[in-house]
Write a protein that binds this ligand. Structure first.
Ligand code: SF4
Length: 501
């Protein structure tokens, strides 16, 4: 059993992330006590001031300057041995959480001899730390050194992070601070992918929901933008798969949105047409009339066998047909996604997919690493033993080979990394990276993922975000479609209040 006791702070959530990296499941015994595995150690983290005050019979929270320290007590505080102090750092209060995580990571790395490619960074947006270090240290070799030596990133990940952050900063500089991004989500797909954890409804079985949903979204858009006087230069219609709506309904939605959304004349407009089997000439014409500048056609793999395994009801040929049709309609920015680590695929299989994707010359591509979500079919159908294994995402040489090959080939082909994020439960502790040719970076993706631009979200599960400097306040819509429609007025008012207050 490993027990982590929290003294002088309440960062259980953050420290649990680090423990999860190494051990998978973490349980909370009490709010200040985390437990994993069956070893016999006690790890305790605390703040010296808190310790001193505690000794004097007082308790205090972190002050502006705090000293954190973390020690390993070999099971037995009962043996009365002195604690084994491994670090003693002075940090700013605002950095205390990250420092505690870093120290816990170093300790566990030493105990287990497991080294993760992203080192002690467990957050969704690692580029934030690259930005912070670049501002503090100024020159990039120092940033790289710090990422590797202090935060324990591999050299490849440090280089990827620095490079991605530079592009992110360039794209952000082009996005006006006072303009929100706009997102609308269509939570329907032709079938459910085996790895999906999103509440996507199967469009064929939920036909009766499609019209009421589209109508509700149009009401939400109309009321929101009649009260919020804003303009925007980036709109994203995602999901789900918006093109799984029947053509007449897709037309009704997009004609309606076009009249309502306060978009600049040259705004970036992305539509997810992820599943090739939802694309037709009629729908492409509707997207063109809407002013779509970027569409996503997402193969995920170029192997028919894998497509079947993951529950996609189309063939590789359908990907080629959809691509050719989209080009014939003049779409000059097509994004394609692939996933590394799909069931049964080897590095050689994945390399074939990367090469085939590049032969189609998309303007941008996103390479995901499979994330094993507990609510996905893949996870639910695995047996108990497999589940325990699936929840531990130790570095995986085969996956690392796939991701490294993808990054090398895409960069060689002139696509550079422009945004990056990491999901919880991602295989091998790896990342998702968006690549694009110069000038084809998706502004919405960068602004939304950086948490540096406000987002007005429409539709079930859409999250609106207000951003004040580094403070982000969110107003999520209900994920459940019936609840979303039922509570529409209340959700609209909550969103308007978020931005008007
Ligand atoms: S296309 Fe995306 S949202 Fe739809 S089922 Fe597959 S993973 Fe889920």
């Amino acid at each position: 059993m490993i027990t982590v006791k929290l003294v002088g702070h309440q960062d259980a959530f953050a420290l649990a992330d680090v423990l999860r990296l190494f051990f998978g499941t973490v349980t909370t015994q009490t709010p200040d006590c985390l437990m994993v595995g069956d070893e016999s150690w006690v790890i305790s983290s605390e703040n010296r001031q808190a310790l001193q005050h505690a000794t004097a019979g007082l308790h205090t929270a972190f002050d502006v300057q705090v000293v954190t320290r973390l020690w390993l007590d070999q099971a037995a505080l009962d043996q009365n041995q002195p604690p084994f102090l491994i670090f003693d750092q002075t940090v700013q209060k605002t950095d205390a959480r990250r420092e505690l995580k870093r120290q816990l990571y170093l300790l566990l790395e030493r105990i287990t001899d497991v080294h993760f490619p992203w080192g002690s960074l467990t957050g969704v947006r690692p580029t934030m730390i690259a930005e912070k270090l670049t501002n503090e240290l100024k020159d990039l070799p120092h940033v790289r050194h710090d990422l590797i030596e202090r935060w324990r990133l591999s050299g490849e990940k440090a280089d990827l992070l620095i490079r991605t952050n530079l592009t992110e900063q360039r794209v952000l500089a082009e996005l006006p601070l006072d303009e929100p991004l706009i997102y609308a989500g269509i939570p329907f797909c032709p079938s459910r992918c085996a790895y999906c954890s999103f509440i996507a409804q199967d469009a064929h079985h939920k036909v009766s929901w499609l019209e009421p949903y589209v109508d509700a979204m149009l009401v939400e858009a109309r009321q929101t933008f009649s009260q919020l006087k804003v303009t925007s230069s980036a709109f994203y219609l995602g999901g789900g798969t918006p093109t799984s709506l029947p053509a007449p309904l897709l037309q009704r939605l997009l004609v309606g949105l076009k009249a309502i959304l306060p978009l600049h004349q040259h705004a970036e407009i992305t539509v997810e047409a992820g599943r090739p089997d939802t694309i037709s000439a009629e729908k492409l014409q509707i997207l063109k009339d809407f002013g779509t500048t970027r569409i996503c056609i997402n193969p995920q793999t170029f192997h028919d066998k894998t497509l079947q395994k993951i529950g996609r009801q189309h063939s590789v040929d359908a990907i080629y047909e959809a691509m050719a049709m989209a080009r014939s309609f003049g779409f000059d920015h097509i994004n394609m996604d692939l996933i590394a680590g799909l069931p049964g695929e080897t590095p050689a299989d994945f390399a074939v997919s990367i090469d085939k994707l590049l032969a189609l010359a998309p303007e941008s591509a996103t390479v995901h690493t499979l994330a094993m979500k507990r609510s996905s079919r893949l996870f639910q159908e695995s047996d108990r033993q497999d589940r325990d294994r699936l929840l531990i995402n130790h570095p995986d040489p085969a996956l690392m080979t796939m991701v490294a090959y993808a990054q090398e080939r895409l960069i060689e082909a002139g696509l550079h990394p422009y945004y990056l994020y990491r999901q919880k439960d991602v295989a091998g502790g790896l990342e998702n990276v968006g690549f694009s040719s110069l000038g084809h970076e998706c502004r919405y993706n960068v602004g939304m993922m950086s948490d540096r631009r406000a987002v007005i979200g429409l539709g079930s599960g859409a999250i609106s975000k207000r951003v004040d400097g580094t403070k982000v306040t969110r107003a999520p819509n209900d994920k459940d479609i019936a609840h979303y429609i039922g509570r529409l007025d209340e959700l609209i008012q909550r969103k308007i209040k978020l931005f008007l207050n």
